[in-house]
Design a protein around this ligand. Structure first.
Ligand SMILES: [Zn+2]
Length: 129
């Protein structure tokens, strides 16, 4: 893996190079990563992975069907789905987003979501996309 490059001519440098083998410019070590910076990078990566996994889980047909049934009975809310389904906030959010995208729920005003289907329809609505 190439770690750094000559700041003058752009030639690739090995970590052991004190001077650029092409132009002779003194090699400068890349700034060392602090523990804090490393933790931040790991945090960003973990969040990315969590979101990706949540996105996969929320596309499960059984989960979506159950969410539709609950929304038809109780109303569309992220916290309600979290509690009743024992899922994470991200998954619950993604499920609500998905319903809105499908046109199953609509947000008419500040009060919240309007549910546009009945409990009977919840059993037959399309679960794709
Ligand atoms: Zn150079």
């Amino acid at each position: 893996m190439q770690l750094f490059y000559c700041r003058k001519c752009g030639a690739p440098l090995r970590k052991s190079d004190r001077y650029c083998p092409r132009c002779g410019t003194k090699a400068v070590d890349p700034p060392e990563m602090t523990e804090e910076a490393a933790r931040e990078q790991i945090g960003i990566l973990l969040e990315y992975i969590n979101r990706k996994q949540a996105a996969q889980r929320q596309s499960d047909p059984n989960l979506r069907r159950r969410a539709l049934e609950l929304v038809a009975e109780i109303g569309a809310s992220v916290t309600m789905l979290q509690r009743k389904m024992e899922i994470g906030a991200v998954e619950a959010e993604l499920l609500i987003d998905w319903m809105a995208q499908k046109g199953y729920i609509a947000r008419p005003d500040q009060k919240g979501w309007r549910v546009l289907f009945t409990p009977e329809q919840a059993r037959t609505l399309d679960l794709g996309d």
